[in-house]
Design a protein around this ligand. Structure first.
Ligand code: DQA
Length: 146
């Protein structure tokens, strides 16, 4: 089965972006961690990042087609700031029914109040936040147990 790991806006800047909040690892490091986590479970990996909301919607639809064919293990989505704004992402998750884990590197609940509400959570199987970039591997382990 396949795991989709989808990253939203500004996550291409990991490593240099607010390192006190997001750490020193780059998105390439995160991809390597995901490759290793998927290998532990025999999953194939599709790893993507985009700064564009519609690209994320399209990848969720692609994952939905795999799920309909019984070939999807699940989606790990770090929607970045779209978490707090995007009804379109919520509708894509609901419309496809993909098994999805919402992920945040930082503990959004310990930060500004505008980060406390997520449009994604209502349609997510689980939420992972505050474990730093290690959360990606943990989320893939979690998908294996769902
Ligand atoms: C984030 C948290 C969001 O509030 C923020 O807009 C991000 C990253 C995280 O991984 O901690 O871009 O999703």
């Amino acid at each position: 089965k396949t795991v989709y790991v989808l990253n939203g806006p500004n996550l291409n800047l990991l490593g240099t972006r607010e390192p006190a909040v997001y750490g020193a690892h780059t998105l390439a490091d995160v991809e390597q961690m995901c490759i290793e986590a998927c290998a532990r479970h025999g999953f194939a990996l599709r790893f993507h990042q985009s700064n564009h909301e519609g690209a994320l919607v399209d990848w969720i639809h692609e994952a939905g087609r795999l799920q309909a064919a019984g070939e999807l293990a699940g989606v790990v989505l770090n929607a970045g700031a779209y978490t707090h704004t995007s009804v379109a992402l919520l509708d894509a998750i609901k419309g496809t029914g993909v098994a999805l884990i919402e992920l945040h590197i930082s503990n959004v609940h310990a930060r500004e109040s505008f980060r406390h509400h997520s449009y994604i959570s209502a349609a997510a199987k689980a939420v992972m936040c505050g474990f730093g970039v290690k959360g990606y591997g943990l989320a893939i382990d979690g998908l294996a147990g769902l």
